[in-house]
Design a binder for this molecule. Sequence first.
Ligand SMILES: NC(=O)c1ccc[n+]([C@@H]2O[C@H](COP(=O)([O-])OP(=O)(O)OC[C@H]3O[C@@H](n4cnc5c(N)ncnc54)[C@H](OP(=O)(O)O)[C@@H]3O)[C@@H](O)[C@H]2O)c1
Length: 321
Amino acid sequence: MLAAFVSTPAPKDPLSVLEVGDRPEPEASEGWTTIQVKAASLNHHDLFSLRGVGLPAEKMPMILGCDAAGIDEDGNEVVVHAVISSADWRGDETLDPKRSLLSEVHQGTLAERVAVPRRNLLPKPADLSFAEAACLPTAWLTAYRMLFVRSGLRPGQTVLVQGASGGVATALIVLGRAAGYRMWVTGRSEEKRAAALVLGADQAFESGARLPERVDGVMETVGDATWSHSVKSLKPGGVIVTSGATTGFNPGAELNRIFFTQLSVVGSTMGTRSELESLIQLCSVTGVRPLIDVELPLSQAHEGFARMLEGRTAGKIVFTL
Ligand SMILES: NC(=O)c1ccc[n+]([C@@H]2O[C@H](COP(=O)([O-])OP(=O)(O)OC[C@H]3O[C@@H](n4cnc5c(N)ncnc54)[C@H](OP(=O)(O)O)[C@@H]3O)[C@@H](O)[C@H]2O)c1
């Protein structure tokens, strides 16, 4: 079957090791089933995988991709929850020390078919397209958990999102706006800042700009490039929720400011199946939809990956099959 995969890591030149071609059909083990993938979205995770971050060479060849929406063996339209927990794990799947995402241990979703645990399937509502549904399990679920589960922030408070055009960033803007938060955004270009305003951000600033006032919370996925600005942008007692470090994992800690102004730094990763269910419901109830930058056939995966690597994003990049 057709798939986008990696056979050897390339830390410095990830696109050079992206392969699009034939891979063996998935085999569903006990409790698992096979999905016919209709749409699969791209995440920064897939670029990290090409670099070998979180995906050591001995696990390759590996089909990339965490997110999928498709059709199950009974003909039902489904969304796949990307967090694979141990068979005997109960409760919050993101806390299972043995959890993985699709494409880390088990073959991923950028393929015509993918094997997944039966319990990871959720019904796809008819009013969500396959492409829209395929955006939810990683970027959108991560944004949902950061904002609504981990931040402790209330609607009406001001939240700064670092980055304007990425998958998680656009999800945060749309979800925060829908839930009544005042969403502020930093973006690296005038075009990206303008797009964030159209999406529902209240104000958009240049990366690193001094804000008109300090904010209640910051949503961080950028890491080294924005961490110091995030810490300095918070009111005393404010919270940073961090779920990613696109530009590097070792920012200056700013410890003096964190303890002196009593900030909270909260980690967040993906979300639970039940949170994904709530997110899908939220989309249906409010009418919000993932911002899709571009839909490409999987055979054009290189173009999608290049856009993300070069920062040419305006929402989610979706591959269709
Ligand atoms: N922990 C988890 O469960 C989880 C889940 C999903 C994602 N993540 C992580 O979150 C990060 C974002 O993922 P994604 O899929 O949304 O990626 P993406 O679509 O490629 O978006 C990247 C974002 O980073 C911003 N950015 C990149 N370089 C920057 C710089 N030098 N200065 C300021 N902003 C910069 C971009 O801002 P502009 O709009 O200004 O270009 C953009 O908003 C990744 O590190 C990913 O691994 C973690």
